[in-house]
Design a protein. Structure first.
Length: 630
């Protein structure tokens, strides 16, 4: 996923190994631009490097090198061919069309052949004085600026009749890769030849440079780095109210098989094979990771401040908490957090330092706290408080997370509590958070929980009451006439899920794949009115199940909603305490006991079948011998 330090890790490895001189980074989003920095040009320069170390390459933003479009069509992307060839076996074939000077040498051959056929004479690398027309094509600017008389005087000197101009010599130098030395040595070599020999030299040079060259990087190290949103579900969810730990646990379950399946949306199978099996699948950052990153940045600020000003600055834990609340967006990694530290905190430090240095008394220590929208700086010497001064904090998220204690928060508290209670009853798990004040626009509240269910009929039976519980909780507490429109998304999700599994997963009355609509021209079954009626009945039963649970747990519903009407969120521990105190015995005993164990069920079935077979095939024991007395 984005923002977890993939590129930084590679750069840190290179820096710590002191191999920056053999490191090259490519942004795969720019590979369609064939400039001087194209893969082949850069790698060609690497092959000429005199370093004894093999090269290290980083192909960053690799998701943009896709060869399959979003519509499933193949993309013709010539520049990426070099990349896939390199990833295949570590070698790269360079063809002549990649070089400007290869084409220019051909032009020189054609040009010189023409003039030699026209009778131009070249001896010892000097053009005959009578071949003024040829010389004018080579030194066009000079011939234009001189009068005919002066031009005649100019070419009368042998040094001005060299068969190649400055541009030609530059091309020959580049094409020969300085095989003949510098410019002076190249000129000396040409001055030993006549016209036909020079033409032969050009043809020999052209033959040499037009041969395909194979660059061998098989001993190099290649990092392929990219974002793969397809496997990080909820990656497009930018809410800072999401629990980092739920997202982290979900991301930890990602497998190489899932990654390769997701790569099929972007690359051909043979290309995925070239990426091999050495994949590092990054989890998202959890709360602990974010806290550590914040601490590291605060320590860096302390070091810089003492180095530049000689003052010691100390950060109260409230500063760390403010940064976390203001800057953490779990699906976007560390970038929003670093941005918050820069604009929110570091921007204030120079102002605080300036105030400290302008005081009449010398300040030794500055303590910074966060209090109600302000950074409060305390200036100390060393145990004496000289001054305490507030500085307005720039806040873009935190104010929207604070308790409003209004009607909307009360409605949301009841709604989200309904979801939470039915979640606990149906899935036997506690939510990570229950939120009644959300900072995301268009969202009033939410519950964070880790979904453990495999999609089965049993799971859908448990999931639908959870989705409908917000609506039923509002109806139970406020009355049917005062239910709000906040359940529209829940109702849509519940309907979508039931219709999908009934029509496409065989959970309905028949094992058929039903069309999306009657007019759909496809190979699905089109008569689905009875399926939709059964789906409707299923949703109705789920609604009644939610009602039954909430009526039974009404004391808990009221107490939890009361807390959420006062405070913006409840943690797992706080929810657990309320369940323990106000929940029914049935609710408490059901915690962690819900859900169907597929593996255990299979093992039990196997054991039962084996026992039955054993009993069936067991030989009857020998009859006891009859007593001689009978």
């Amino acid at each position: 996923m984005t923002g977890v330090g993939k590129t930084e890790l590679v750069k840190a490895i290179v820096e710590n190994l002191d191999l920056k001189d053999v490191f090259s980074s490519f942004d795969c989003g720019e590979l369609d631009w064939k400039g001087s920095e194209s893969i082949k040009n850069v790698l060609s320069n690497f092959s000429e490097s005199k370093s004894s170390n093999p090269p290290i390459f980083l192909f960053d933003e690799f998701q943009f090198a896709r060869s399959i479009s979003r519509d499933g069509e193949e993309i013709n992307f010539p520049e990426s061919r070099a990349l896939w060839q390199l990833l295949d076996n570590g070698t790269l074939t360079i063809h002549p069309e990649w070089y400007y000077h290869d084409r220019r040498v051909k032009d020189l051959i054609i040009e010189l052949s023409f003039w030699l056929k026209q009778g131009v004479i070249i001896e010892h690398g000097i053009v005959s004085e009578k071949d003024s027309k040829y010389l004018k094509t080579k030194f066009r600017e000079k011939s234009k600026e001189l009068s005919p008389a002066k031009w005649k005087d100019f070419i009368s000197l042998p040094k001005n009749r060299f068969p190649f101009n400055e541009e030609d010599l530059f091309v020959l130098e580049e094409a020969s890769q300085y095989k003949y030395g510098d410019r002076t040595m190249l000129e000396s070599r040409i001055k030993e030849m006549n016209g036909e020999q020079i033409l032969g030299f050009l043809k020999e040079l052209n033959e040499e440079i037009t041969k395909p060259r194979t660059l061998d990087f098989s001993k190099g190290l290649i990092f392929v780095v990219g974002n793969l949103d397809e496997v990080y579900h909820d990656s497009k969810e930018f809410s800072p109210d999401l629990s980092p730990d739920v997202f982290y646990r979900n991301s930890q379950r990602l497998t190489l098989s899932q990654v390769k399946k997701a790569l099929l949306n972007r690359f051909r199978p043979e290309q995925i094979a070239r990426l091999g099996n050495n994949h590092i699948i990054y989890p998202s950052l959890n709360t602990e990771a974010y806290r550590k990153i914040i601490d590291l940045h605060l320590k860096e600020i302390q070091i810089r401040v003492i180095e530049k000003s000689g003052l010691k600055i100390e950060f109260d834990p409230s500063i760390s908490e403010w940064i976390f609340q203001e800057g953490v967006v779990p699906t976007q990694g560390v970038r929003p957090l670093k941005s918050t530290i820069r604009y929110g905190l570091e921007g204030q430090i120079p102002i605080v330092l300036l105030d400290a240095l302008s005081l009449s008394e010398t300040v030794d220590v500055i303590t910074l706290k966060y209090e109600e929208g302000n950074f409060c700086a305390e200036f100390w010497k060393p145990t004496k408080l000289i001054l305490s001064k507030p500085y307005r904090a720039t806040e873009k998220t935190k104010p929207y997370k604070e308790s409003r204690k209004d009607d909307l928060q009360a409605i949301t508290a009841v709604h989200e509590t309904g979801h939470a209670i039915v979640l606990i009853d149906q899935l036997g798990i506690l939510p990570d958070q229950v939120i009644s004040v959300a900072s995301e626009s268009g969202t009033e509240g939410l519950i964070n929980f880790e979904s453990r269910g495999i999609i089965s009929i049993d799971y859908v039976k448990r999931r639908i009451p959870i989705l409908l519980a917000g609506f039923e909780a509002e109806k139970l507490i406020f009355g049917k006439e005062h239910v709000t429109d906040g359940s529209s998304d829940d109702i849509q999700r519940a309907t979508d899920l039931v219709m999908k599994v009934f029509k496409h997963a065989g959970f309905g009355p028949e094992i058929l794949h039903f069309a999306l609509c009657v007019d759909d021209y496809n190979y699905s079954y089109h008569d689905f009115n009875h399926v939709e009626n059964e789906a409707k009945e299923f949703i109705e039963k789920s609604k009644k199940r939610a009602q039954t649970i909430l009526e039974r747990e009404k004391p808990l519903l009221l107490e939890m909603a009361a807390k959420l009407a006062e405070y913006p969120k409840l943690s797992t521990k706080e929810v657990s305490d309320l369940v323990e105190k106000f929940g029914s015995i049935e609710l408490i005993s059901g915690l962690e006991s819900k859900g169907f164990g597929y593996r255990n069920s299979l093992l039990e079935a196997i054991e039962s079948a084996r026992s039955a077979r054993k009993k069936h095939h067991e030989k009857p024991s020998k009859k006891a011998a009859l007593s001689p007395y009978l």
